[in-house]
Write a protein that binds this ligand. Sequence first.
Ligand SMILES: [Zn+2]
Length: 240
Amino acid sequence: MTPIAAPSPNFNARVRPPDMLVLHYTGMPTGEAALARLCDPAAKVSAHYLVEEDGRVFALVPEARRAWHAGVSFWGGETDVNGASIGVEIVNPGHDWGYRDFPHAQIAAVIALIDDIRDRWTIPDARILGHSDVAPARKIDPGERFPWKALAKAGHGLWVEPPPAPGPPLTLGDDGPGVALLRSALAGFGYGLATAGPFDDALALTVAAFQRHFAPHRFDGVADGETRARLMAILRLAAA
Ligand SMILES: [Zn+2]
């Protein structure tokens, strides 16, 4: 697959090779508007690729350069997520403009693009993430409709479906060993999160980010039994 050249001036130098992949939705009314913004020097934002709903792929920034897609972000101790990652913008109006399913042709193109990217760079499955994973307090893209399960089936990223897990939900205001375990599991996977303290807003936003990616039966930030079971199973898979 050869992407269509659409060079953006919005990049600078990397200091090391990328070992993460960050997926976004564009969150604008049209793909054309998103592409124009990602190439506008005044906007100071970019990505390495943009994937249209019909499957066309545009190449904006060379992979060896640092594109500006993640903003203030964190994963597994890394604060320069732009410097460590390749960013892919996937056209979808997003929650502000009419969030809708990602068409099959678009997801097929995303999978083919990731195939190619991972041929060139060493990117572990556990570091194929959404923007919401690296900035849970600010971002919810690519959102709960993004087919992470299909992506994992195609060989990219983590997915688990553990057996049903009983247990009371943990939610805002809760405290104790269950909350401490939840915090250390999320932080151990990579989320930027204090490892101590009661169930606060920051924890709820992080749980919601985990749910949008790995447990989309709910994405309200309430850590029910299924969410916690999936988190533990993901941690085991990431460590394997
Ligand atoms: Zn984003």
